[in-house]
Design a protein around this ligand. Structure first.
Ligand code: HEC
Length: 112
């Protein structure tokens, strides 16, 4: 009997380990793509992944630091993300969840 308990706990232990990886957790059902707004999710994604190179203080001409500017560039933003051109370093690529949230937001006409 003890052997089965051990296997039972081992299984739970291993399952909790794999879930501690952020990306794995997101690719399960934890990704909320309902009612995504700029302020609830999109701003944070763009702030973390893009704005370090795309604020008014940078020189490449693409400003993504506020809602109005993001909306201006949005088609190109999706093109860059989906072609894996931006962000330029794969170490800060958007997670699958972040891409799904951005797309859901776009399809809902980009609510603020
Ligand atoms: C490490 C700096 C850096 C980060 C982070 C970054 N970019 Fe860029 N991005 C650039 C530079 C430099 C250019 C201009 C030169 C080029 O096109 O490669 C650019 C160009 C662009 C362009 C215009 C491309 C064109 O040629 O039409 C878009 C749109 C863009 N970035 C979107 C994004 C988005 C969206 C993110 C976040 C997901 C992001 N970038 C993250 C540096 C960055």
């Amino acid at each position: 009997m003890n052997k089965y308990f051990f296997i039972f706990f081992l299984t739970i232990f291993l399952a909790s380990c794999t879930n501690s990886n952020e990306e794995d957790a997101f690719s399960n059902n934890d990704c909320n793509t309902d009612d995504v707004t700029y302020l609830s999710a999109v701003r944070q994604i763009v702030d973390t992944k893009c704005v370090s190179c795309h604020s008014s203080g940078t020189t490449n001409g693409i400003i993504l630091e506020d809602y109005d500017n993001l909306v201006i560039y949005i088609e190109n933003v999706f093109f860059q993300i989906n072609s894996d051109l931006m962000p330029p370093s794969s170490s800060i690529d958007l997670t699958e969840c972040e891409i799904n949230q951005m797309e859901s937001w776009y399809e809902n006409e980009m609510p603020l």
